[in-house]
Design a protein around this ligand. Structure first.
Ligand code: SAM
Length: 257
């Protein structure tokens, strides 16, 4: 399974890096990232693990804010891209390839913060990843992670019923969101689109789980949940009409007590 997932991200590395473009998509910038930043809090002189860092833009962002950051990803190509994008910077960030299901390169009680942004929905090993996050955190340290909201998950059993294209925003109107088989926890493969609207070279695996599976797994791993957020877009932009009506993301902060 890990080989399949690694291959998907290796094949999609360039398309994914182009999509993120060092800043994230409009959905990241206007809905997710401000909430994540609020929950991550003051990072100055803190050791932060960016678990599943992708092309590493959040690692670079928090390193600029004064954190000592390590970014880890399964994809060697994404790690190479991350390293290239941080070359010559006046902050320090270390990137290396490793598997968050078994974090071999990280010792116990090493980090103040583990950030895992839009990763846990892409891995088959939720429980072992959370155990690893717990192991590498110092006592009193925090995990902040985000996922696409599992109850309204179009990378899983849901989708919008679409209406006409809005001439101003260029987006199709969402009539209503339909969801079925919420309790059917399984893998879905989906193709993402490039900025030009073409399919990525390979599908991406998404592991649909109920919200209770995530929350119970956190508790089982030894975490106490301190924040639970369903962030709204930061500005009342008509472009995000659909995202004002149902939550797109979930962001959770949990403490190693
Ligand atoms: C949707 S991307 C998110 C990347 C980044 N956190 C961001 O916000 O842009 C999911 C990332 O998880 C990585 N990934 C998947 N399985 C992994 C694993 N077992 N260990 C480490 N990284 C993994 C993928 O290579 C990919 O870069």
């Amino acid at each position: 399974m890990q080989d399949k997932i690694r291959n998907q991200w290796e094949k999609n590395a360039e398309a994914f890096s182009d999509l993120i473009a060092g800043i994230g998509t409009p959905h990241h910038r206007s809905i997710l990232n401000p909430c994540v930043e609020e929950l991550v809090g003051d990072v100055r002189n803190k050791k932060l693990l960016d678990a599943g860092c992708g092309e590493g833009y959040l690692s670079r962002y928090y390193a600029q804010k004064g954190a000592k950051v390590t970014g880890i990803d399964l994809s060697e190509r994404l790690i190479k891209t991350s390293q290239r994008l941080a070359e010559g910077a006046n902050y320090i960030v270390t990137y290396r390839a490793d598997d968050i299901c078994h974090l071999e390169s990280v010792t116990n009680d090493e980090f103040d913060i583990v950030l895992s942004n839009l990763v846990l929905l892409n891995i088959p090993c939720l429980e072992s990843a959370l155990r690893e996050y717990h192991r590498v955190l110092k006592r009193g340290g925090h995990l902040v992670f985000s996922i696409v909201h599992p109850a309204f998950n179009f990378y899983g059993p849901g989708s919008w019923e679409m209406g006409e294209k809005d001439p101003e925003s260029g987006r199709r109107q969402g009539l209503y969101f339909k969801v079925d088989n919420y309790f059917d926890e399984k893998e879905y493969e989906r193709y993402w689109k490039t900025r030009k609207g073409e399919d990525f070279p390979a599908p991406i695996s998404f592991f649909h789980r109920t919200l209770s599976t995530y929350l119970n797994a956190l508790v089982k791993a030894g975490f106490s949940i301190t924040e639970f957020r369903e962030p709204l877009p930061i500005d009342n932009d008509e472009f995000f009409n659909r995202e004002m009506r149902i939550p797109f993301f979930v962001v959770i902060k949990a403490e190693k007590t």
